[in-house]
Design a protein around this ligand. Structure first.
Ligand code: PLP
Ligand code: TYF
Length: 401
């Protein structure tokens, strides 16, 4: 029956982990997948998450099905975290929101909802490059995927002129996907001034902004600062779509906790949109898992756990920032590695786009047992004081050839 099914390629990011696992060298380092590691290289369960789980266990709740759009105690607080406590659409009950299977599920619900109900366009523009899963998510949702310039190879920075040109050349009312903060894979975000210009172009061209916020708090250490772009667009009167994930900022990766929301014109419109979100979700998975949503809801709703969690997110962000400083200093000052490495320090969030070439990344895997994606992206969280010197020396050798 399946004789004509061709073997598919592995996921380019998760495939790196497979190669890493198969390597037996004790010096090996996995900088492929974007999952936080502590200073001992171990996965990190946040203490606030452990406390929330204790409270949940003590409450002896049942395991009944959640409603289709999930735990409303959680989604209300997720919306407040993203849009801000003073958000106008939030206070006016104009935000349609549903729990989702983490960020991926939120993007997929959004893609499917827009493909069915957005009346103006079936075209979505993604930054070049973008997270590898964006293209299949939106294509499989029934949208036509196109790209806008984002990364400038020459400066290892934002191609802001190219970005503006491409958005201005897009058909009116097309959908545009924006990484809210900590752009994956480049680690390069627009500045606040640049976001304001992007907002103006989106307004002029009547584009529909779809924000993917997978790293709120993880980029700068402040959930408020990282929500700047989303809140600015909403203040400017844009109707937006928003995907949220608690995988990174609460370390809830495998619990699959996320949310998808749309701002609307009125509570009446919100109610109609909510009803159609349910119709999109019902035949996909019926209703979402309960445990992770309880954890996130407990933390966001607790006057004790919320500040504790914010400090823990900042701790993760700060550790990553300190690794950026160390790596930059090793390459530039200690090893005098040829090239300009300032981008390692200026990039934001989980990833650094090193500028290493595919042959260099291949050599790093084969000779030094150091694994990263072929585009030269490294997950900064995989570095720690125990392996950073070995990593810098290996990069130095690879660059010198
Ligand atoms: N969007 C971006 C930009 C990501 O980097 C990720 C991966 O972490 C996601 C969405 C979705 O991840 P998850 O489905 O684990 O929340
Ligand atoms: O880019 C990353 O590494 C994260 C994690 O299919 C991830 O976003 C990667 C690939 C994937 C799911 C999650």
């Amino acid at each position: 029956t399946w004789s004509a099914v061709p073997a598919g390629p592995p996921d380019p990011i998760l495939g790196v982990t497979e190669a890493f696992k198969a390597d037996k060298d004790p010096r090996k380092i996995n900088l492929g997948v974007g999952a936080y590691r502590d200073e001992n290289g171990k996965p990190y369960v946040l203490p606030s998450v452990k406390k929330a789980e204790e409270l949940i266990t003590a409450a002896k709740g049942d395991k009944e099905y959640l409603p289709i759009t999930g735990l409303s105690d959680y989604t209300k607080l997720a919306a407040k975290l993203a849009y801000g406590p003073d958000s106008k659409p939030l206070h006016e009950n104009r935000i349609a929101i549903t729990q989702s299977i983490s960020g991926t599920g939120a993007l997929r619900i959004g893609g499917a909802f827009l493909a069915r109900h957005y009346p103006h366009s079936k075209v979505i523009y993604l930054p070049k490059p973008s997270w590898g899963n964006h293209t299949p998510i939106f294509r499989d949702s029934g949208l036509e995927v196109r790209g806008y310039r984002y990364f400038d190879k020459e400066t290892v920075g934002l191609d802001f002129a190219g970005l503006k040109e491409d958005l201005l050349a897009a058909p009116e009312k097309a959908i545009v996907l924006l990484h809210a903060c900590a752009h994956n894979p480049t680690g390069i975000d627009p500045t606040a001034e640049q976001w304001k210009e992007i907002s103006d172009i989106v307004k002029e061209k009547q584009l529909f902004p779809f924000f993917d916020m997978a790293y709120q708090g993880f980029a700068s250490g402040s959930t408020t600062k990282d929500a700047f772009a989303v809140r600015h667009f909403v203040e400017q009167g844009h109707q937006i779509a928003l995907s949220q994930s608690f995988a990174k900022n609460m370390g809830l990766y495998g619990e699959r906790v996320g949310a998808f929301s749309l701002t609307t014109e009125s509570p009446e419109e919100k109610a109609r949109v909510d009803s159609q979100l349910k119709i999109v979700i019902r035949p996909m998975y019926s209703n979402p898992p309960i445990h992770g949503a309880r954890i996130a809801g407990t933390i966001l709703g607790s006057s004790e756990l919320y500040p504790q969690w914010e400090a823990e997110v900042k701790g993760m962000a700060d550790r990553i920032i300190s690794m950026r400083d160390s790596l930059y200093n090793s390459l530039t000052h200690n090893l005098k590695t040829p090239g300009e490495w300032g981008h390692i320090k200026s990039q934001i969030g989980m990833f650094s786009f090193t500028g290493l070439t595919p042959p260099q990344t291949k050599a790093l895997a084969e000779k030094a047992h150091v694994y990263m994606t072929a585009d030269g992206r490294i997950s900064m969280a995989g570095l720690n004081s125990g392996n950073i010197d070995y990593f810098a020396e290996s990069v130095n050798k690879a660059v010198r050839g």
